[in-house]
Ligand binder design. Structure first.
Ligand SMILES: Nc1ncnc2c1ncn2[C@@H]1O[C@H](COP(=O)(O)OP(=O)(O)OP(=O)(O)O)[C@@H](O)[C@H]1O
Ligand code: SF4
Ligand SMILES: [Mg+2]
Length: 353
């Protein structure tokens, strides 16, 4: 179901002057990470390959290019990057919820089935049940005319054909798990009676109620206070540990992502520029953009990346990050760098090993 149909449910440091890229021993790192990485043994749940998305309007805007990543069973992959880089478009493409003016190329395989081009009837069986999404904007995702209890129970009737009483008691349990002490009362609330934070938590409860194999959470911590963020982390952790759900976590909050993710994909101007596990990424970021993002964190002194992200309708030649990159060379302004995989690290930069 489309969110806009209002039916129920559904983001220089001194170390940049040195080049840490030249100080690493890729072979040693690869061997170490191969020994330790339990993710290698899991099955691939979702594989996105060479995804390209454009929007046709007065001009064609290429929003996503060459996006490739995979998510394994019960793995948490985080997508981070500055506003407008295309994170939500990735999520909506997976869910087959892009507007008609969109054009999509590439492959998105979920349990071996290509989701792109899948008939809507077949996709509707997967959406909500096997792949669920927590939309970035809760007020769009909830229907104002139905009570919370009714809206949250609906996917249980639709996908699992449960009786009303059973469905409603499962909703009450989900609300209780999300930390609502007055969960019975909340069942009768309407979205307009509730704060943005409350509606966000209702949506989180709704999206996890069917134990999806993959949950896409687009900025789930946005608008929540610290207590709610702790509860959200517990619920997402529980979803992974007890129910083996995988998670595509989209967030500007790098610390939140560091605590939850098994791997982090960094996006810049419609492309993935780096993928790594959180400790490698935070301790030894390889892409200059990733280093810039980390240096803008408060504990690193709030040093912003100079300049702005380019407009997706007039991208710079060569490396998309070159106008802001302190390490750029002549070739960076002319040639577009391909993404390269070395061991467990994936980087789009000429200076990567
Ligand atoms: N329907 C559309 N038509 C044209 N352009 C669109 C459409 N939807 C999204 N875009 C553009 O695609 C780009 C990526 O948008 P997206 O919402 O995915 O960014 P984001 O990384 O999620 O940003 P934020 O962190 O602010 O949520 C933006 O430039 C946006 O304007
Ligand atoms: S390719 Fe060049 S401009 Fe791009 S991030 Fe690497 S060093 Fe910087
Ligand atoms: Mg977004």
């Amino acid at each position: 179901m489309k969110p806009h149909s209002r039916s129920t449910l559904l983001e220089r440091n001194k170390s940049l002057e040195r080049n840490p890229l030249l100080e690493r021993n890729p072979l040693l790192e690869r061997n170490k990470s191969l020994e330790r990485n339990p993710l290698l043994e899991r099955n691939v749940l979702l594989e996105v390959r060479d995804l390209e998305v454009s929007f046709q309007g007065l001009e064609t805007v290429n929003v996503l290019s060459g996006i490739s990543f995979l998510i394994k069973d019960s793995e948490t992959l985080a997508l981070v990057g500055e506003t407008g880089c295309g994170k939500s478009v990735v999520a909506h493409t997976i869910m087959n919820l892009l507007p008609p003016e969109s054009r999509v190329k590439g492959n998105i395989e979920f349990r071996g089935k290509n989701l792109l081009g899948m008939h809507e009837r077949e996709m509707a069986k997967i959406r909500g049940k096997e792949i669920a999404i927590i939309f970035q904007n809760p007020s769009i995702a909830l229907n104002p005319v139905y009570s919370i209890g009714h809206q949250l129970a609906e996917p249980i009737y639709v996908h699992q054909r449960e009786k009303k009483k059973t469905a409603l008691s499962r909703v009450a349990l989900a609300l209780k798990r999300m930390g609502f002490a007055n969960f019975s009362e909340c069942m009768n609330y309407y979205p307009s009676w509730c704060s943005g934070g409350m509606n966000q938590r209702f949506l989180i409860a709704a999206s996890t109620i069917l134990n999806p194999a993959l949950l896409i959470a687009d900025e789930p911590s946005k608008g929540l206070d610290k207590k709610c963020i702790v509860e959200l982390e517990a619920e997402l952790g529980n979803l992974k540990m007890e129910r083996n759900s995988a998670l595509l976590l989209i967030s500007h909050d790098l610390e939140f992502v560091q605590r939850l993710a098994d791997r982090i994909a960094v996006m810049y101007a419609g492309e993935i520029v780096e993928i790594a596990d959180p400790s490698s990424l935070f301790e030894n970021p390889l892409h200059p953009y990733t280093r810039g993002l980390l240096n803008s964190l408060p504990e690193k002194g709030f040093i912003p990346i100079p300049g702005f992200s380019p407009s997706l309708s007039s991208l710079p030649s060569g490396c998309r990050f070159h106008p802001r990159c302190p390490l750029r060379e002549k070739r960076c302004t002319q040639i577009h760098p391909e993404i390269k995989e070395t061991g467990q690290r994936t980087v789009r930069c000429f200076l990567s090993p």
